[in-house]
Write a protein that binds this ligand. Structure first.
Ligand code: F6P
Length: 452
C-alpha cells in the first residue's frame, strides 16, 4: 500500500459553515465520491487536497488543519470551472445527456471558461500537489473525477518521476466528438500522464482505451477497473441512530402497503422525470396498485445555479403534477438533503427504483439492499455501473424505456416472497463481501504495482 498518500478531489470530505451562534460547524460533503473516501481522512499518512467551497471553507483554508489542504481558488475562475465547464459540459458529455440536435452550443464564453476556469483551477490543484510532494517526495498522488482531468499533466511536467493515479467515478463514453480538438486531446493527454487510470467497470475502461486511441493514437497508461463500494459496518451503525429510527417510525406509520423508493441527487443523469412517467404508466395500466403503492422520491438538491439543473427541477415538478392529477396521493417527493431520512427509506422499501440514464456506479444500489428490512426488490438500469456486478439479483431496465420500467415495477411489486428473499439476500451478501475496504486495497495495490 503506497504511503504516504495525497488524495486530490474537488469536493472534500467535509465542508464548513457557521451556525446561528457564529460557531464553525462541519457537514458531510455530498455525493458518492465523498461517501466512499471519507474514511481516508482519519489516516495520519493521508493528505487530502480539495477546493474551498463555502466562505467558512475559505477561512479554514488559511489555517492549517492536519490532513486537509483546502485550495481557495480565485472566485471567477472557480465559477467558470464548476458552473460552465465541469458540470454543464463535462458531466453532460460523460453521461451522454444532450439532445445533440440543439446542445451543446459552444460559444466564445465556453472557450474562455475552459482557459480561465477549467485550466486555471486544474493548475492551482497541480501547484498544491507539487507543494505537498515537496514535503513528501515519496508520496503517491491519487486524483479523482472529471474536475481534474488536466491536473495530472501539469504535475507530470513539474515532477516527471512522481507516482500518479486517477480514479474516474463517472462513466466513460466512447463518443467525445462534442469536445473540440485540441481540448479533446488535452483531456486525454492529461489522464494519460497518470501511471494508472481506474474506472468502476470493464465497460468504462474499455471505452476509455478506445477513446484514447481515437484522440491521441494510443493508450499508454495502466487502465484498471474495480467497482467502488460502501463500508457496511458504518452504514449499519448509521441506520441504528435515534434520528434514523425516528424517521423509520414515521415512514412506517404513514406508508401504504407497498413502497417504491428512489434516492438521488436531483440530477438529469438520474432519470427522475422518466421515473415518474413510468410510475404513472404503472398505475394507469394496473388499477390494483392504486391506493396500495406509493412512490417516495428522496431528492437532494444539487448544482442549483446551473440553468440545466434548474430546468430539470421544473421538469420534475411537472412530471409529479401529472401523476398526481391522475392518481392523487400516489407520489411523495422530498427535496432536501437529509441523509437520515434516506437511510430510513432504505429500510422500508418494497421496490428500490434506480433508473439512471448513465451512472459511473450508483451507490444507492448497494446502500439500499444492505439496510432494507422487507426483502425489497432492486429495479436497476443496465447503464448503471453497479449493474455489471449486481445483474443476477435485480430486475433490469433500459433507462429510455418508460413502458419497460412500468412493467418492471409491476413485476417487482408482484414477486413472491421466496424469490424476493433469494434476491435480497444475494445482493446484501455481495455488498458485504465486496466492501469499500476491498476496493481501496485493490486501487492502492494498482498504484503500488505501477511504482515497481
Ligand atoms: O460521486 C459522484 C459525484 O458526482 C462527485 O464527483 C461529486 O463531487 C458529487 O457527486 C456531488 O456533486 P457536487 O460536488 O457537484 O455537489
Amino acid at each position: 500500500v503506497p504511503r504516504p498518500l495525497i488524495v486530490v478531489s474537488n469536493r472534500g470530505p467535509v465542508t464548513y459553515d457557521r451556525d446561528d451562534a457564529g460557531r464553525r460547524v462541519e457537514r458531510r460533503g455530498a455525493g458518492g465520491l465523498v461517501t466512499a473516501l471519507r474514511g481516508l481522512r482519519d489516516r495520519d499518512d493521508v493528505v487530502w487536497i480539495a477546493s474551498a467551497m463555502t466562505d467558512e471553507d475559505r477561512a479554514a483554508a488559511a489555517e492549517s488543519t492536519p490532513g486537509i489542504r483546502l485550495v481557495a481558488h480565485e472566485p471567477r475562475a472557480y465559477d467558470l470551472f464548476y458552473n460552465t465547464v465541469a458540470n454543464p459540459f463535462l458531466w453532460f458529455l460523460l453521461h451522454s445527456l444532450w439532445d445533440r440536435a440543439v446542445a451543446p452550443e459552444l460559444d466564445e464564453s465556453f472557450h474562455v471558461a475552459w482557459r480561465d476556469g477549467y485550466e486555471e483551477v486544474n493548475r492551482a490543484f497541480a501547484e498544491a500537489v507539487v507543494a505537498e510532494l515537496d514535503n513528501e517526495p515519496e508520496a503517491a498522488v491519487w486524483f479523482h473525477d472529471y474536475h481534474l482531468f488536466l491536473a495530472p499533466g501539469f504535475v507530470r511536467q513539474a515532477r516527471p518521476d512522481a507516482l500518479l493515479g486517477h480514479f474516474v467515478h463517472t462513466p466513460w463514453p466512447t463518443d467525445w466528438s462534442a469536445l473540440p480538438e485540441p481540448l479533446r486531446r488535452q483531456v486525454h493527454e492529461g489522464l494519460l500522464a497518470n501511471d494508472v487510470t481506474g474506472f468502476h467497470t470493464a465497460r468504462w475502461a474499455a471505452s476509455f482505451r478506445r477513446s484514447c486511441v481515437d484522440a491521441v493514437g494510443a493508450c499508454e497508461t495502466r487502465v484498471t477497473h474495480h467497482p467502488i463500494s460502501i463500508d457496511p459496518t458504518e452504514f449499519e451503525a448509521l441506520s441504528r441512530t435515534a434520528e434514523v429510527r425516528a424517521a423509520v417510525g414515521e415512514l412506517a406509520r404513514s406508508r401504504p402497503e407497498k413502497l417504491v423508493v428512489r434516492v438521488d441527487r436531483a440530477d438529469p443523469s438520474k432519470n427522475i422525470v422518466r421515473g415518474f412517467h413510468a410510475f404513472g404508466v404503472l398505475l394507469d395500466a394496473h388499477p390494483e396498485w392504486r391506493g396500495r403503492a406509493q412512490l417516495v422520491a428522496r431528492l437532494d438538491p444539487t448544482r442549483e445555479r446551473i440553468p440545466e439543473y434548474a430546468a430539470y427541477r421544473e421538469a420534475i415538478e411537472r412530471a409529479v403534477r401529472e401523476v398526481e392529477e391522475r392518481h392523487p396521493g400516489s407520489v411523495r417527493v422530498e427535496l432536501s438533503d437529509d441523509f437520515p431520512r434516506s437511510l430510513a427509506a432504505y429500510t422500508q422499501y418494497d421496490v428500490l427504483f434506480v433508473n439512471p440514464v448513465f451512472d459511473g456506479l450508483n451507490l444507492v444500489a448497494k446502500e439500499g439492499p444492505l439496510l432494507n428490512e422487507r426483502a425489497g426488490v432492486l429495479v436497476l438500469s443496465e447503464n448503471a455501473g453497479a449493474h455489471e456486478e449486481l445483474a443476477p439479483w435485480v430486475v433490469t431496465i433500459n433507462p429510455n424505456d418508460v413502458e419497460g420500467q412500468a412493467r418492471a415495477l409491476h413485476e417487482a411489486l408482484s414477486m413472491d416472497e421466496s424469490e424476493r428473499r433469494r434476491r435480497a439476500e444475494g445482493l446484501a451478501a455481495h455488498v458485504r463481501a465486496n466492501d469499500l475496504a476491498r476496493w481501496l486495497e485493490a486501487e492502492l495495490a494498482d498504484l503500488e504495482a505501477a511504482r515497481a
